[in-house]
Design a protein around this ligand. Structure first.
Ligand code: ZN
Length: 496
């Protein structure tokens, strides 16, 4: 098998806080693990950003010629409400609220998650394991940790002994936390009376009689701790040590820190060579979260049906918007940025359409080899998609100049440029043509004029406070399938 081309690739490793050359353990194979969703509610756009980051990493590694085994799990048990060892299981809680069997909740939100991944054109992982299907592996791992002396049983639960582990290994290494600081900042939680130290975390929890999701184990009926599944499943499918582990920044601690500790305690070896963390999506500077009321669902984004949205945006506009920011930086969502992204994407897609219609010239008046080299250099520099997109816009400028007869490119060079755009735009950035959006952009100018006239009449009626007339115009258009949207920059329309 040939070695991957056009490297070397550099990635920022959270563990060392350095940009390092990526050298896989067994080239050309790469093992990639990404923490998937806890399937108890709809995913919001912040989650989509995180998964998109690793989708692009997967696409880029594949493009470079690596054979990637991409594992992204589904958490369907064990993730407790307050993210530590207390509270109700998130899925069981939702099942109680919706009066459903927990596995119905799991299926419902797994389907929803997959729909969203498809909508934003994310590739399927090679393996998508679920926690409930890997109880044997998880129990086996708990047994190894107990046997090695890094966990103890208390009243049917098993806790990881953090201070014992920290005597020999660097607990807190990934997240940069210190044991003594953690000690002072740890609050009392459920199960405290069973733990030897407040830092200890449950790797197996005893289930009471009313608990819905529980399995037999050497310690009685219970369920696995949330951190355990990723350790058990990554070991099973990628080996005791594998290449890349990714996830959102909020997972660094405690989740990923605990994953490292569990693997080292069970098997005596560090599990991951390159840790990668994507940054947050913010809205007007605040973290996107359901509790903040600013966590758009993908559906709200597409329809524009949310108080913070001026209008709806297509899935590819959103994807393009996300990729114009480096994954390690926070990305702030705004209507202005989305509208700029919409225009930019349209400009890029129009140039790609032109590419197959360009007339070849006798000479090359632009250096496409250098453009190609700069695109590779940007992606190899820690997946710098914003720089790569800026280079592609240089390509768009060249395409438009050739089309206008102001610049010449030979036939083979035009073909090379076409291959570059196909590879970078569709394969690597994962953008795709959106039929509806394009048709609307190209073919609705007559309708624009017509509806624009009604919008003007309605504005006049409103100005005269003739609300009966303005409402009538809106309602009549609605009957014809034309929906008006009032925003800061005036009224726009779309087909229902
Ligand atoms: Zn995980």
């Amino acid at each position: 098998m040939s070695e991957p081309k056009k490297g070397p690739l550099f990635l920022t490793n959270t563990l060392t806080r350095k940009k390092e050359e990526f050298v896989p353990l067994n080239p050309p194979f790469v093992g990639l693990y990404v923490c998937g969703p806890t399937v108890y509610s709809d995913v919001h756009l912040g989650n989509v950003r995180s998964f998109t980051t690793f989708d692009v990493l997967y696409r880029w590694l594949t493009h470079l010629g690596y054979k990637v085994r991409y594992v992204r799990n589904i958490t369907d048990v064990g993730h407790l409400v307050d993210d530590v060892d207390a509270g109700e299981d998130k899925i069981a809680k939702r099942a109680r609220l919706e009066q459903l069997e927990p596995m119905e909740i799991v299926q419902k939100y797994t389907n929803g998650f997959h729909d969203v991944m498809r909508l934003f054109n994310l590739k399927n992982p090679s393996i998508e394991p679920t926690a409930t299907a890997h109880l044997i592996e998880q129990i086996g791992m708990v047994e190894r940790i107990v046997k090695n002396g890094y966990a103890y049983e208390a009243n049917g639960s098993v806790y990881f002994d953090v201070p014992k582990y920290a005597e020999k290994f660097a607990y807190g290494e990934l997240s940069g936390r210190k044991i003594d600081e953690l000690m002072t900042n740890t609050r009392d939680t459920e199960g405290m009376e069973e733990k030897r130290s407040p830092l200890d975390f449950a790797i197996w929890k005893k289930a009471d009689a009313h608990h819905l999701m529980k399995w037999p184990s050497p310690w009685g009926e219970g369920f696995p701790g949330w951190h355990l599944e990723c350790s058990a499943m990554s070991t099973k499918y990628l080996g005791q040590t594998f290449d890349v582990h990714g996830g959102g920044m909020d997972l660094k601690f405690p989740h990923h820190e605990c994953e490292i500790a569990q693997s080292v305690a069970a098997d005596g070896i560090a599990p991951v060579r390159y840790w990668m963390h994507g940054n947050m999506l913010t809205v007007n500077g605040r973290k996107m979260a359901k509790s903040e009321g600013n966590g758009f669902t993908p559906e709200e984004l597409l329809t524009g049906n949310h108080k913070l949205l001026d209008k709806g945006y297509s899935a590819m506009t959103v994807r393009f918007f996300m990729l114009q920011c480096h994954y390690a930086s926070t990305l702030d969502f705004s209507n202005e940025a989305m509208q700029a992204s919409e225009k930019g994407l349209e400009r890029m897609m129009k140039a790609i359409e032109l590419l197959s219609k360009l007339k070849p010239g006798a000479v090359d008046e632009a250096d496409i080899a250098s453009l190609e080299q700069r695109c590779y250099a940007a992606m190899n520099d820690d997946l710098n998609t914003p720089v790569m997109i800026a280079e592609l816009f240089e390509g768009v400028r060249i395409i438009n100049s050739v089309n206008d007869g102001k610049l010449a490119l030979t036939g083979p060079t035009i073909e090379r440029l076409k291959q570059l755009f196909d590879a970078m735009v569709f394969d690597v950035l994962g953008l795709k043509k959106e039929e509806g959006a394009l048709r609307q952009a190209q073919g609705d100018s007559a309708m624009d004029g017509l509806v624009g006239e009604f919008i003007r009449m309605r504005a006049e009626a409103k100005a005269k406070k003739d609300f009966a007339a303005s409402d009538a115009i809106r309602e009549k258009l609605a009957v014809l399938g034309i929906v008006l949207k009032d925003g800061k920059e005036g009224t726009t329309w779309e087909r229902a």
